[in-house]
Ligand binder design. Structure first.
Ligand code: FAD
Length: 267
């Protein structure tokens, strides 16, 4: 369990960021589910709950989700459910249980770039941007490539580009971390294949997605097989206690093919 020496509840984002910067051991508090698993001593915990960051808003062409919104709020939000075949609700539905998802927050889930993240994998297959106090706004893909520094993620923005999406993941047992996550989308004609829990964080298989674009008018089982094989070749896979790299590669091939077939069927 972590130790919290002080808690600050700033009224502005600027004040929150200034407190965060003051000491190396100061940290933002999300739902504290992940912090609870560690043993760090936090000098000042920055509680964002006075900053109005717990919301999901549909602006027509995009959906904005505040950092303090819970994964359960995301799962039950009508606009999120109605977009991209409910990709996000499907992705988070197997994270432990409802009570847990009522606590854990969007901000921490995205900012921490967890390798095992179901949520990140799904967001990466969508047209997603993130906004940070210091780092400003950038695409999720660009954010995932930046090294972690002291900052506060304030919101995510999901552009409602027209299309379909599918989610697949495999766990050794229900409520365990996934050993592989896959999200495939075709938005505005563009295919995206995101693969996470390799066990490193989600990445896009760009060459594989290009093959799908080429085969778009004739999406045969062979094209899907080739795309899945290419994705496995262009991404790296590793071992951990949940699965070996070789097993992950085999699972990835199957899950990618299933997800592509699902998107094709939705069209
Ligand atoms: C036991 C367990 C099992 C899990 N299983 C899964 C799973 O199967 N699939 C999956 O996708 N996820 C899983 N997760 C991750 C979970 O979904 C959340 O992503 C995670 O708990 C972080 O959310 P939190 O609100 O609890 O963060 P916290 O514990 O509050 O914070 C975690 C870290 O994020 C920082 N932080 C918090 N908010 C912000 C912010 N707005 N900006 C910048 N930094 C911030 C904190 O300072 C801290 O360093 C699991 C977590 C746990 C504890």
């Amino acid at each position: 369990m972590f130790t919290l020496l002080n808690v600050a509840q700033p009224d502005t984002l600027e004040a929150a960021y200034n407190i965060l910067k003051e000491k190396r051991s100061n940290a933002v508090l999300g739902g504290c589910a992940y912090l609870r698993m560690g043993s760090q001593t936090i000098h000042t915990g920055v509680d964002l709950s006075k900053l109005g960051l717990k919301y999901s808003k549909d602006y027509g062409s995009y959906i904005e989700i505040g950092a303090m919104t819970s994964l359960r709020d995301v799962e039950t939000n009508a606009a999120v459910n109605n977009y991209a075949d409910g990709l996000l609700p499907k992705a988070v539905a197997n994270i432990i249980g409802v009570q847990f998802r009522n606590v854990v927050t969007v901000g921490a889930s995205v900012f921490m770039r967890y390798g095992f993240s179901d949520f990140l994998t799904a967001l990466l297959a969508l047209d997603t941007e993130v906004e940070l106090v210091k780092g400003g706004r950038m695409t999720l893909a660009a954010f995932l490539d930046t090294p972690r520094s002291k900052d506060i993620l304030t919101k995510i923005i999901i552009h409602k580009t027209k299309g379909h999406a599918a989610y697949q993941a495999l766990r050794n047992s229900a409520s365990d971390y996934p050993l592989l996550t896959v999200a495939v989308s075709q938005l505005d004609g563009e295919w995206k294949i995101a693969v996470g829990a390799r066990p490193t964080r989600a990445r896009l298989a760009v060459q594989a997605a290009a093959l799908l674009r080429d085969g778009d008018n004739d999406m045969t089982a062979e094209v899907m097989e080739q795309a899945a094989q290419t994705a496995v070749g262009e991404l790296s896979f590793g071992d951990n206690s949940r699965a070996s790299a070789v097993y992950r590669q085999a699972v990835a091939k199957t899950l990618i093919k299933r997800a592509i077939a699902e998107v094709v069927a939705c069209k």
